[in-house]
Design a protein around this ligand. Structure first.
Ligand SMILES: [Zn+2]
Length: 206
């Protein structure tokens, strides 16, 4: 698509005020998104419009997840360095215990022709580090697959487990980008476990 700038995995442009590849289309929210380290510097590594579009697509995908009182509805999409989707998945897609990232990565198993170190995983919620239904959490699956860039909207609330996926991935060398202003959509979709989105922030959140 015109205007798209395929990103190179691992690039992190930190120059404040760097030219926006999409022109003036990016809104203030793009420029102020908070990175995993808490800073609010712009990160153009994936192109802000491209990142927002794919993350929104992952969030929309999560709506397909069968509502369950025992898990969140999460969507995940693996996108290559040229901006093409390689695989997608959502919670409970083919197995009630399948997490979104797991569902997507499973579809790429055996694809030795792919270099996932150049791909980005867009996921509506922070990948898990603790899970009761499987021995291997999604952060481990992502690291094992060689993923080096993850974009997410909402850190996992404390409802089911205390996960630190963002920190674990960063420690593993993954560039983690949080687009927190889309997190409210994830909260709304997960009202079946989190309650009404307008509930005051409480101990569910960290
Ligand atoms: Zn998971």
């Amino acid at each position: 698509m015109a205007g798209q700038v395929p990103h190179r995995v691992g690039d992190v442009v930190t120059v404040v005020g760097a030219d926006d590849p999409a022109g003036s289309a990016a809104d203030d929210a793009d420029r102020s998104r908070v990175r995993a380290d808490g800073s609010s510097r712009p990160d153009m590594s994936g192109g802000p419009d491209q990142d927002r579009r794919w993350l929104r697509a992952a969030i929309e995908l999560s709506r397909l997840s069968p509502p369950s009182p025992t898990h969140y509805a999460v969507g995940a999409i693996v996108v290559d360095e040229y901006g093409e989707a390689l695989a997608s998945g959502y919670t409970g897609e083919t197995d009630p215990h399948h997490h979104a990232e797991e569902a997507a990565l499973t579809k790429l198993a055996g694809r030795d022709d792919l270099d996932l170190s150049r791909a980005t995983v867009y996921t509506s919620m922070e990948p898990c580090t603790v899970r009761r239904s499987r021995p291997v959490p999604c952060t481990s699956l992502l690291l094992a697959a060689g993923i080096t860039r993850v974009v997410l909207a909402l850190r996992e609330p404390l409802l089911f487990a205390d996960c630190d996926g963002v920190q674990t991935l960063r420690t593993g060398g993954v560039d983690v980008v949080e687009i927190g202003d889309l997190g409210h959509l994830v909260v709304e979709i997960n009202a079946h476990v989190l309650g009404p989105p307008d509930d005051p922030w409480d101990s569910r959140w960290k």
